[in-house]
Design a protein around this ligand. Structure first.
Ligand SMILES: *[C@@H]1O[C@H](CO)[C@@H](O)[C@H](O)[C@H]1NC(C)=O
Ligand SMILES: *[C@@H]1O[C@H](CO)[C@@H](O)[C@H](O)[C@H]1NC(C)=O
Length: 323
């Protein structure tokens, strides 16, 4: 929707959003008011803000205290905004399990159906994903024909995969470590690929042929086998892609995965996102040239997000009006 008509709507409603200009705009009265497209309204008559869909990370659930805190922050900032936290099961415990064990391709299809049927999302929405949730939201943008995502915000997401499995929260937990070692040794085993969620975004730049042959999710999602032009078109239709990384991240290995950096197998050096194969093959260079990719770097560990930062993101990218 055009800025002009948003201002007009604000004016009609008594200007509940501060105008950013210091000089008063010069209004020209015209008689084409029937051509102005007003945003959808709530029963109370207030314009509805663009909804927000959140997808949590590995080992978290849709109703955790962290997720509910985020919902609370944005609920206060944008009182008229519909917020949905994605869960794969009504029960938070089962939802959490399914973030670790399962087949994300099936889950993405299931969520696609759920979101497509949800009437609240008919006019599009913004999306925010934590860690693997951000990757799955990107998958939704690429694979789900019935939805329209405006801004996609991802926090520390494994867009370029992981070299280590982020499964042990306690480093002294040797049972967990042994299990990880076992999974890592058998990472390309079909049963593991089908059932262990993070195995499906495992990617080792030193062992690309196995990855290209066996990866159940990421190699397809990143257009590394063939270029799926639907993926390109859908990503290029985003208004903004926001990639947030954590400078002291030890959970996401390598941490640069969150901003599409690759590692050269020959030199071991970082490859800038601009030339990494998935970034180019997904057509993201176009978004980059048009300044529609926004990079933020936070100083802390994985998912250490200061509350004021949520507010910054909330003002920059959420709470707009549907197109
Ligand atoms: C979600 O969390 C709230 C607050 O902790 C709790 O009251 C509610 O029962 C939870 N919902 C489910 C389905 O567990
Ligand atoms: C490209 O992706 C879309 C959406 O997932 C899928 O329907 C289509 O079959 C894919 N095309 C090819 C050539 O793989």
């Amino acid at each position: 929707m055009e800025r002009q008509s948003i201002l007009a709507v604000n004016l009609l409603l008594g200007g509940f959003e501060p105008l950013t200009t210091t000089t008063a705009p010069q209004w020209v009265l015209t008689d084409n008011s029937d051509q102005i497209q007003f945003p959808p309204t709530t029963p109370g008559g207030w314009p509805k803000k663009r909804p927000l869909v959140i997808w949590h990370g590995l080992g978290d659930n849709y109703n955790s205290s962290g997720i509910n805190k985020v919902k609370e922050i944005y609920g206060q900032m944008h009182p008229n905004m519909y917020i949905l936290s994605i869960g794969l099961d009504e029960s938070p415990i089962f939802d959490e399990r399914r973030s670790i064990m399962g087949n994300p391709s099936n889950d993405i299809e299931y969520v696609c159906e759920m979101l497509t049927k949800n009437g609240e999302l008919d006019n599009g929405f913004d999306a925010m994903g934590f860690s693997q949730g951000g990757l799955f939201l990107r998958a939704l943008v690429q694979r789900c024909p019935g939805i329209s995502v405006h801004n996609l915000v991802t926090f520390g997401s494994p867009h370029m995969g992981v070299l280590d499995l982020p499964l042990c929260s306690d480093p002294g937990d040797w049972i967990c470590k042994r299990r990880n070692e076992y999974i890592k040794r058998n990472i390309w085993n079909d049963a593991i690929q089908r059932t262990v969620v993070p195995a499906q975004y495992f990617r080792d730049p030193n062992d690309m042929s196995k990855y290209l042959e066996k990866s159940h999710l990421l190699a397809d999602l990143n257009n590394e086998r063939t270029i799926n032009t639907t993926y390109v078109t859908k990503l290029q239709a985003l208004n903004a892609l926001v990639l947030i990384s954590f400078e002291s991240d030890t959970t996401l290995v390598p941490k640069y995965s969150s901003k599409f950096y690759d590692i050269s197998p020959e030199t071991g050096k970082l490859i800038n996102y601009k030339t990494s194969v998935p970034f180019v093959n997904l057509g993201l260079s176009k978004l980059d040239k048009e300044d529609r990719i926004h990079f933020y770097s936070l100083p802390g560990e994985h998912m250490e997000i200061p509350e004021p930062f949520f507010v910054v993101i909330g003002y920059e990218f959420f709470g707009g009006y549907p197109d």
